[in-house]
Each structure stands twice: as C-alpha cells, then as structure tokens.
Design a protein around this ligand. Structure first.
Ligand code: ZN
Ligand code: ZN
Length: 79
C-alpha cells in the first residue's frame, strides 16, 4: 500500500499529482525493508523491490491510513 502511494518524482507526477505507477505492477508480497525518520515531519521507507526515494510526511501517512485512530484525528500529527 505504501509502495503504491510512493510520493517520489518517479512514481508520481510532480505537477498533476497523478500516479505514474501501475498498481498491478506492485506485488502483494512487496514489503518495506526499513523505515527512517526524516527530520521531525516524515518517514522514508525502503522497499523490497529496491525502491526507496519516497518521503512520506506524517500528514500524508495519516491520510493514507483508514484505521479508527487516524479517522478520529484528521490531519493531526500527535502520536
Ligand atoms: Zn517512488
Ligand atoms: Zn491509523
């Protein structure tokens, strides 16, 4: 899911925000191999397909997540 929403310039058109990535090209078995904190605003994931240039801001991760916790705190960055 995170890989499909990768916000880097290779996967997403910078200007239109359109995804350049074919969701079908991302196997279900693909996973994140590591996660690094970027500053105090984002996480950077490395994936098992070798891709790892996307920066996921906390705000973006909140929006991507549909769990109860996140829906109760829309846009919130509290943890
Ligand atoms: Zn990407
Ligand atoms: Zn959540």
């Amino acid at each position: 899911m995170l890989r499909r929403h990768c916000p880097c310039a290779l996967c997403k058109d910078e200007w239109t925000g359109e995804s350049l990535l074919d969701p079908g090209a991302v196997p279900e078995t693909l996973g994140a191999t590591r996660a690094d904190v970027v500053g105090n605003y984002a996480l950077s994931f490395s994936f098992s397909d070798g891709h790892g240039t996307g920066i996921y801001t906390f705000e973006m991760l909140r929006k991507l997540c549909h769990c109860k916790d996140c829906e109760h705190h829309p846009g919130s960055e509290t943890n």
